[in-house]
Write a protein that binds this ligand. Structure first.
Ligand SMILES: [Zn+2]
Length: 168
């Protein structure tokens, strides 16, 4: 599995393209469709996953005519060579999800967890109590998991857990 990060739009949102052979999954096509399309190259887009519906994560969604997976789709998926689960992690927004690739030990967290910080809860759809619950829940996962956030650099769950308790 190959992961490409394309930084798009005014808020420098991370759009991820995860490829396996000739197929790919696009996470958060936030803006700048041309740039995303270039990174997709000629791969077949199996589906688009939206971590949450804030404008900076969905700006280029309208250009895709594939299936969309979002908060309505909690559960386990096995599509071609991709295996992942959708975990509802609300707090930043009521529809925030985390995409977990268990075998690869990778999570795409959207605006839930960033490197050295967490998502804001004072925006539309945010809730601090939900955020605390989501942080407690995600703390039960393995320290080695690599986190690919919706903005900024990737990190490791074990490092982030250390500051979660500041919010409890
Ligand atoms: Zn957001």
């Amino acid at each position: 599995m190959e992961i490409k990060r394309v930084v798009v739009g005014k808020l420098q949102t991370n759009c991820y393209i995860i490829s396996n052979k000739n197929d790919c999954i696009v996470i958060d096509p936030g803006d700048e469709y041309k740039k995303i399309k270039k990174a997709i190259n000629n791969k077949h887009v199996l589906l688009v996953i939206i971590t949450h519906y804030h404008f900076d994560h969905i700006g280029a969604l309208k250009y895709f005519n594939t299936n969309v997976i979002d908060y309505k789709c909690s559960g386990k998926y096995s599509i071609k060579d991709f295996e992942f689960s959708i975990i509802h992690t609300k707090g930043h927004k009521e529809d925030s999800i985390t995409i977990y690739f268990e075998k690869e030990k990778i999570m795409f967290t959207g605006d839930f967890i960033f490197k050295s910080s967490i998502g804001r809860t004072d925006l539309e759809g945010g809730n601090f109590t939900d955020m605390k619950k989501s942080l407690q829940m995600i703390s039960k996962y393995d320290d080695q998991i690599i986190i690919y956030p919706g903005h900024g650099e990737k990190t490791v769950l074990g490092d982030e857990k250390k500051h979660f308790e500041l919010y409890y």
